[in-house]
Structures are given as C-alpha cells and as structure tokens.
Design a protein around this ligand. Sequence first.
Ligand SMILES: *[C@@H]1O[C@H](CO)[C@@H](O)[C@H](O)[C@H]1NC(C)=O
Ligand SMILES: *[C@@H]1O[C@H](CO)[C@@H](O)[C@H](O)[C@H]1NC(C)=O
Ligand SMILES: *[C@@H]1O[C@H](CO)[C@@H](O)[C@H](O)[C@H]1NC(C)=O
Length: 845
Amino acid sequence: MGSGAGERGWAERRPVLFPFLLSLFCLALSEQIRYRIPEEMPEGSVVGNLAKDLRLSVHELPTRKLRVSSEKPYFTVRSESGELLVSSRLDREQICGKKPACALEFEAVAENPLNFYHVNVEIEDVNDHTPKFTQNSFELQISESTKPGARFILGSAHDADIGTNSLQNYQLSPDDHFSLVIKEKLDGSKYPELVLKTPLDREEQTSYHLTLMALDFGDPPLSSTAQIQVLVTDANDNPPVFSQELYRVELPENVLPGTTLLRVMATDQDEGVNAEITFCFTEAGQITQFDLNSHTGEITLLNALDFEEVKEYSIVLEAKDGGGMIAQCTVEIEVLDINDNVPEVIFQSLPDLIMEDTKLGTHIALLKIRDKDSGHNGEVICKLEGDVPFKILNISRNTYKLVTDGVLDREQTPEYNITITATDRGKPPLSSSSSKTLHIGDVNDNMPVFEQASYVVHVAENNPPGTSITQVRALDPDLGPNGHVSYSIVASDLEPSTLWSYVSVSAQSGVVFAQRAFDHEQLRAFELTLQARDHGSPALSANVSLRVLVGDRNDNAPRVLYPALGPDGSALFDTVPRAAQPGYLVTKVVAVDADSGHNAWLSYHVLQASEPGLFSVGLRTGEVRTARALGDRDAARQRLLVAVRDGGQPPLSATATLLLVFADSLQEALPDLSDHPEPTDPQAELQFYLVVALALISVLFLLAVILAVALHLRRSSSPAAWGCFQPGVCVKSGPVVPPSYSEGTLPYSYNLCVAHTGKTEFNFLKCNEQLSSGQDILCGDSSGALFPLCNSSESASHQVSFLKPRPTRTGVSPRPRDPAPADPKMAMKPAPGPTTSLTQRCCKP
Ligand SMILES: *[C@@H]1O[C@H](CO)[C@@H](O)[C@H](O)[C@H]1NC(C)=O
Ligand SMILES: *[C@@H]1O[C@H](CO)[C@@H](O)[C@H](O)[C@H]1NC(C)=O
Ligand SMILES: *[C@@H]1O[C@H](CO)[C@@H](O)[C@H](O)[C@H]1NC(C)=O
C-alpha cells in the first residue's frame, strides 16, 4: 500500500502524508482516506483536512455540507475548514485491546451531490500504561531441603500496551540464594521464574525478601515492583539429640519396683512434628525390667532387681522425631549388691548309712556353701553345731568335707542330727543352718549277752514231758540279723546221745523244755551249756551254763526190806530167847525209801501187836526190842505189825509183819511154825527139792563163770571193767562169797544188801535198783523155791554185808551182827546205771 511509509512516526511524517494520501485519493476516489493519529489526542485536535483531501474547495463547502457518519462519534468535521477533528477520547487499549493494529473506519458524507467517502483513522499506541503485578507482594514457601536449581514460577505482571510499550522484562533484587529466569509463553507474554542457587537452611534463616521489578521498553520506559517473601519451610533435617550420649545410674538392688530411675532428654532443632520426640528401647531383650515413658523419657523399674542375676544393664534408647529421624543413647544401670542372700548349705553325696565301725577321719559327705551375694556379703563362715563325733574340714573356699571325729556306736546313738550353720560377712550378717540326719549303720559288734551269768533251775521230778522248765534270754543290741539271737545247747554233762531225750531248747525263744519226766532218784542234776548266737556275719555267740536240779517228790513209798513176806504171803520169823531181858534187840525192821530228804526220813511205828507192850520199835531205827521180860502167860508166838512212814507230805507208808517166836532153839521153834502154816504136801515137797537142786546146780555154774571172769578182770586191773560187771552180780550161795565183797569194800554202788542169815541166804541188793519193782529187788529172797533150801542149810556163818549201818540179825544168833560200816553218803546216794537188765540177770537166770 502506498501508506506504508506513513506508518512510521507520525510527528515527522505529517507534511509528506497528505500529498501521498492525495495522490492515492486521486487515483481512486472511491478508495479510503487514511489518517494515522496517536491515541489519547485531546478533543478538537485536527486529524487532517478532509475537504482538501477530498479535493473540495473551501467555498464549495457550505453547499456540500461535509459531515462524518459513524456509530461512535469519535470525530467531527469542522464546517468552515473541512478539517477532521477529534471529538472524544481515543484510547487504543479501550478500542482495540491487544490488537496489534487499531483503526477506526467511518464514512464521510457530502451532499450536492451526495457522495460517500471511506475514512480510515489508524490509532497508534502510546506508552501510557505501566506494567502491573496482580499483587503487590507474593509469598513463596520453599522447603529447606529443596535442591539448588529448583524453579518456582512467580506471579507475572500485565501491561496493556503493546509492542515495546508492553511488558518486556523482569528484574530481581540481587540475592545470594536466588536468581531469576524469564520465560515466554506461547502468546509472547513473559513470566519470571525464581531459581534456587544455593541450599537453604531454615535453622539459619527462615525467610528471604526479594523485590521483583517488571518493566517495558517504552519511551520513557515504565516499571513496577512486587515484593516476594520467601519462607523457608522446615525439612526434618535435624535428628533429635540426647542431652548425654551415655547415662549411668547406680542402683542398690533393693530399689522398689515403680521407682523412676532417670529421665533421658533429647532435643530436636526442627520444628513441629519434626521436633516431636518419642522414646523407645531398641532391643526387646532387657525391657522386662524397665519401663520407658515414650513421651517423657522417664525410665522406671518394673520388676525387682537382683544383683545376683544381673549386675549391670546396658540399654540402648532411641529417640525418634515425627519425621522419622532417630538418635540413640545408652543407659547403663549398675546394680549394687545388698546382703540380701542368705548363705545356703548344700549336702552332697551324703550316704544313707554310716557304718558304726567307720574309722576316725573318714570322709562322709561334701558340703557346698553358696551365697549369691558378692564381696563380703558372699564370704561365708561355716560351723558344725552341737557335740557330735564329726567335724568339717575346709577343702577350698566354700567347700567343706564332713569327716568322722569320734567313735560311732549305733547301739548308743543310732542317728545324729548334723546342723551346719553358715554365716556371711555382710552387714548385718545373714546366716542359715541346714540339718541332716545321719543314720548309723549296724555292724555286728555286740555279742549276745545272757540276762544272767548262769542259770539254775529247780525242776521237781515227775514233771510232764514237754513242759518248759525255764527260759534263757540273751540280748543283742545290734540291729536286724546282727541282733537276732538263736539258742542251742552246745554241751552238757549228759550222755551226748541221750541229751536230746532230756532237754531241748527252742532256738527262737530260748525256752528250755524237759523232754521227759525227770526222776530225782535217777538223776539229781545236770548241767547244760547254752549258746546264744546272733545271725550276723561273722556271727557272735555267748555261752551260759544252765544247771538243772531235779527236785525230789515223795513219790516212793518206804520199802520194807526186812522182814519180807514169802511169795505165798507167809512171813519169816525171828526167834527170841525166852530169857531175853527187856531191851533185848529182837530184830530190826529194815526199810528204805528211794526218795531223799524228808521224803526218805523213815519212822517206824507199831501198828498192831498181839501182845501190846511186849515189844517196842525204835522210832527212827526200826529196832524191835523187848519192852519187858516174857511172861508165862504170853504166847510163844507174837505177831507185830510195824508201819514204816516217810516224812513226805503227804507221807507214804508201808507195813511189815514180824513173826516173833519165843524159843531157845530153832528146832523148838520150827514145830510152831510148821503147825502154824499150811501142812506141806509131800508131792509138792518132792517137786520143791528137785527144783532146788536144779537151781543150786545152776547157781554153782554161774558162780564158777563169774569167778572166772572176775579173776580175769582183776588180772587186767581195770576198774572200769569192774564197774561194768559188778552191778550184774547177785550171788546165791551160802559160803561162796566173792572176795571183794567179803572184805566189806564193795563198790559204793552196792549200797544196801540184806542177808537173811536165818535162812542161810543172803541177798545183795543194789540200792539204786528200781525200787518200785519190788520183785526185782528181792529177787531170790522172796522166792518161795529158795525157802526150803535156806531152811535145811542153816549156818551161823552166813555173812551179811551191809553198807548201811543197819542191824541185821540171824535167826540163830540172838546177837545181831553189825554190818561192815560203809560210807553213809554212798548209802544214801543212788548209783547211776541201768538196773533193769541187772535185775533180770540176777533173778531170772
Ligand atoms: C578355706 O580354705 C581356703 C583355701 O584352702 C582359705 O583361703 C580360706 O581362708 C579357708 N577358710 C576358712 C574359713 O578357713
Ligand atoms: C533329729 O531331728 C529330727 C527331726 O528334726 C528329730 O525327730 C530327731 O529326734 C532328732 N534326732 C536327734 C538325735 O536329735
Ligand atoms: C561255747 O561253748 C562251745 C562248746 O563248749 C565252745 O566251742 C565255744 O567256744 C564257746 N563259746 C564261747 C563264746 O565261750
């Protein structure tokens, strides 16, 4: 376009504008008329001479009535000169806004003839606006942790002008931390960005003040500023910090649970949640003892402390702020020992039993002393209490051994209570004692002891067999088998083979039993050795002697030896000289009693007499004497019944019938006798003589044999053999007397012999024979067969051998014959030995 040159600065170009516009106008009248004016021209300012540009002359003007036709009356035409004038304010920014080109187009109307002309007024920008920020100040929060180089968009400014008059640049007040970068949007507008140059630290500076200036390139340039407040926000860049890295507490172990031990402190330079600190334990292990208040940091004791268990605690605590930063510290809690533990005594390897023969100093048990305290509180002194045969020896620290220190005797003290007292050296000291019972084991060290040193038992004879006669008892203080005593008989003065038939002892009870009825007349006493033996190993035993005395009972009636009755009941007779003076010893009743003592103390009484007063009987002697001289009226034959009574309770008695014939010779007496007894049968007499002859031969033969044997024995001079033989002897022969007997030196076993001299017969009676069997004793004496023989061979030289000082008499000789004195003791004493066989040999050959 031709107006291109006129687009430049209006002030200088105005003079050349018009010719140029005119030329354009001329070339095409119907074309626009263009003007260019700056905005904001005052009202009435001339834009251009429109009439002239339309080639209208001044004088023509009134007729043509040139005027402007537009919707908005920005312009008017001065009618006198035809000049176009500004009629209202022309603000380019108002009319065109940001459009880069702003033109107002309107019509100019001329009448006569009516013509329309296009007019175009271009309005040029003027720098009439300053750049403006939307706010005077901005606030920007930047975390201190932001890295350098970070950008922050700042609020931009606006400038209504366009082109260079519009906002062209921003400037920032100088600052170390920040710089500015200007960016352009797509529409060309610019905006500033704040760039962080160096790191921020809230803890150093919390805010920065910056000034941002926006400016255009107008002439003169316009600018405005805005304040920027940069607030440095906190980043959790500071960990909590404990007031101490290591906390130390010393606590006595008896601190009560619930006590606050200490308080840990931690600070955090950050703020807000970043400075909110919570505490916790790092390790779970040790927390049972302590409680930590997570907010206050107070550590309290939960459970009681025990120095003996844990001496020191080392706890790591953690402080954590809200941002998760962590710091740690160590809490060391030292537990101080208090003497709170009683020393203990522990017995080790204590045996169940200590044998009583344990040697002095024998190790018995081990003692361990334990005190959990330390130092002096744990030093223990040990003592054995009481007076016991033990002592403790210190082996090492806190170990002792218990040894024997005396003689043990279970029988005296079966158990000991050992009390060990342990005392520590704490202040105050604590002590305890421990007791154990030591049982002493038994050793067979005591032999049985009989309750009596010796036993004497009196047993009355004729006891029932099997009765217990006594009980021996031995005590053994040992225990069990060692003290269990059995009894036995180990020795006796009885025949060993017959011992069992006399006595036995109960092994268990020590009761001694009589196995048979004892007979005082046979066995007066015997002695046993009893043994008590315990069951120990080796067994111990003790002996005691038991003497059994068999007491006498009055079980034997007196036995009349003389006078004896014949087998047919006929009595023997004694002759008394007619001229016998008073006191004449007629005969003697001889009786024996196998009992002893009072039971054998005989007394003689006249029970019945045909002529009372004629004879008297010696109470003790049994001597029958004439009390007065024979009178004429007195019968020649007298009968005297004598009772022999012993002294037993009750007394036993026997009777003897004496036939006394007053005659001066035997022949004189015989008729008396013969007519008195039954008449003899000649047939029977013959038989009798035959039998006597036969018996005589047998006796002679026997004597011969006995003599031969006796001689032989005497040659061998063995008394034992004599003893053996002699009891068997019984001789029935008038003149033949064994030499030994005739000398009156009979063995004492032949105590009593009675000779019936009147009948030329003598009998050796063995006093210890079974007197109960009277037949045996009187053997041949009572035999009726012998009687006639005695009768025929009457001899005054009949010898009677008496061991007992008892008188005898011969029927022929009125003078009694004194027997050979013998040992009275022997006479009273029964001789031992079997007798039954002897009797048989003697009497029934
Ligand atoms: C025990 O013996 C140990 C060493 O053998 C010694 O150190 C300690 O003093 C003894 N204690 C007593 C109480 O005798
Ligand atoms: C030992 O102690 C026990 C129980 O304490 C008691 O029964 C017994 O009699 C005591 N023995 C001695 C010998 O002291
Ligand atoms: C007891 O007597 C028997 C037999 O006589 C003898 O062997 C033994 O040694 C005696 N014992 C004592 C302890 O005397």
